[in-house]
Design a protein around this ligand. Structure first.
Ligand code: AMP
Ligand code: MG
Length: 415
């Protein structure tokens, strides 16, 4: 049996990052920057007010907190408008959040600290201000978020919606990123039914492809669904060759275990450079990895996951997901891990394998993550595993007693 780490290292070695591409920032959510972004603009682009209120000279309101002052309202500046006059001593200019500060003003008094006095007999408008503000109060200075020449995002940054927003704020319309992978997914097996028709004895409903398509999407890949391929060599060969022409990677489930009817093995053995593994883990012991000829001499990886649904999930998590992340330029390949507390016994027999028990977990009052097994742990019992939050790593031996420390891989962020 191959230790998991050896298998992972081997697979990762054959899945280098794809060459970077230039994309519109709108199309880059979830992708990884291949080159740093340096700003060519300042944010904010001008000094502006952080509040609705009155732009003033702070000296004019020096006593206002104890002795309110009345100032002439010399104008109004809305967000988007430019000031049309400088502020003179004894004046205030009504100003809305985001509007540029007028020349001559050095602070803003919030609208909450003002009282409109209306027009006097000469048609002059006045405001009473009842707050003292220091110079600079409520002003957001030009460039206090981003300056020209700032490296705002380093290479390797994962683009999130907030990163896209910052790119928009500095007018960076294109980014150089590792491309989103197009990944083909297929299931193999004559027993699989995916059209809702009644099951005959021996048939089961296809479920892995549904799961793997969703997992691929969660990994950030575009999914190409190749459906269920019957145990037919010519058909499987045609589907795989065409997938290798049009996709960056292929994920298949079924047909890789020891006793399998050898259609998948025969075809892959012929058209791909394959390694068939028995990994020292449970579930998901059988695993196949290889590469096919793609366009322009590219090698297209194929991940042959076992058919048992829980094994398929675990195999995807441990083998396919890290490799696909590497191809998309991520530095962090695996799920976050932590040392949790076993809230139940994790008994097992020594068998030379590391067991990945699917668990539910919560953070306790002690600040630690506490885990207990989801009900059924059989590799065909996906119903129980489907609600798992994490996988607990139970080393070879006779298991762990309740209260022990146990390493876990978080499958989801704790709510
Ligand atoms: P295999 O890896 O092809 O030997 O399949 C192992 C077990 O998983 C068998 O019981 C299959 O019927 C089942 N299986 C294989 N593929 C799928 C699938 N796509 N959906 C659900 N069960 C599957
Ligand atoms: Mg099969």
């Amino acid at each position: 049996m191959t230790p998991l780490e050896d298998a992972q290292e081997f697979v990762l070695g054959s899945c280098p990052p794809k060459p970077p591409v230039k994309l519109r920032r709108e199309d880059a959510n979830g992708l990884v920057l291949a080159t740093a972004v340096v700003s060519t603009e300042v944010v904010p682009p001008f000094d502006n007010t952080a509040v609705d209120g009155y732009a003033v000279r702070s000296a004019d309101v020096a006593t206002a907190a104890t002795d309110p002052v009345e100032l002439i309202v010399a104008g109004e500046i809305a967000a988007g408008a430019a000031p049309d006059r400088p502020l003179e001593a004894g004046q205030a200019i009504r100003i809305m959040t985001g509007a540029p500060m007028p020349e001559g003003a050095d602070a803003v008094v919030m609208v909450e600290d003002s009282e409109r006095l209306g027009l006097d007999d000469e048609g002059v408008e006045r405001v009473r201000l009842s707050a003292t503000v220091p110079p600079g109060a409520a002003i957001r200075g030009a460039g206090d978020d981003v300056g020209i020449g700032d490296e705002i995002f380093a290479a390797g940054t994962t683009i999130t919606p907030a990163v896209q927003a910052v790119l928009a704020s500095v007018n960076a319309s294109q980014v150089e990123v590792f491309p989103r992978l197009r990944v083909a997914v297929l299931s193999t097996g004559d027993e699989l039914i995916d059209d809702g028709s009644p099951l005959e004895l021996g048939q089961i409903r296809e479920s892995n492809k549904t799961m793997l398509a969703g997992m691929l999407a969660e990994t950030g890949c575009d999914v190409v669904d190749l459906g269920v391929v019957r145990d037919d060599e010519a058909e499987l060969e045609r589907v795989l060759r065409s997938a290798a022409e049009t996709c960056d990677a292929i994920v298949s489930s079924g047909g890789v275990s020891m006793g399998d009817y050898d259609v998948v093995k025969a075809v892959l053995g012929r058209i791909a450079d394959m390694t068939w593994m028995q990994m020292a883990i449970k579930p998901a012991k059988p695993f196949a990895f290889g590469t096919l000829d793609g366009p322009g001499g590219d090698r297209v990886p194929i991940f042959g996951l076992p058919g048992n649904p829980v094994s398929s999930l675990v195999s995807y998590e441990l083998m396919a997901r890290p490799a696909l992340r590497r191809m998309m330029g991520h530095a962090r390949l695996t799920r976050p891990s932590l040392v949790a507390v076993a809230d139940a016994d994790f008994r097992r027999n020594a068998d030379g394998k590391v067991h990945f028990a699917r668990v539910n977990g919560d953070f306790g009052d002690d600040g630690r993550y506490h885990v207990r097994p989801v009900g059924a742990q059989g590799s065909h019992q996906l119903a129980a595993t489907a609600s798992a939050d994490a996988m607990a790593v139970i080393p070879d031996g006779d298991g762990l007693a309740a209260g022990s420390d146990v390493a876990v891989l978080l499958l989801h962020q704790p709510a």
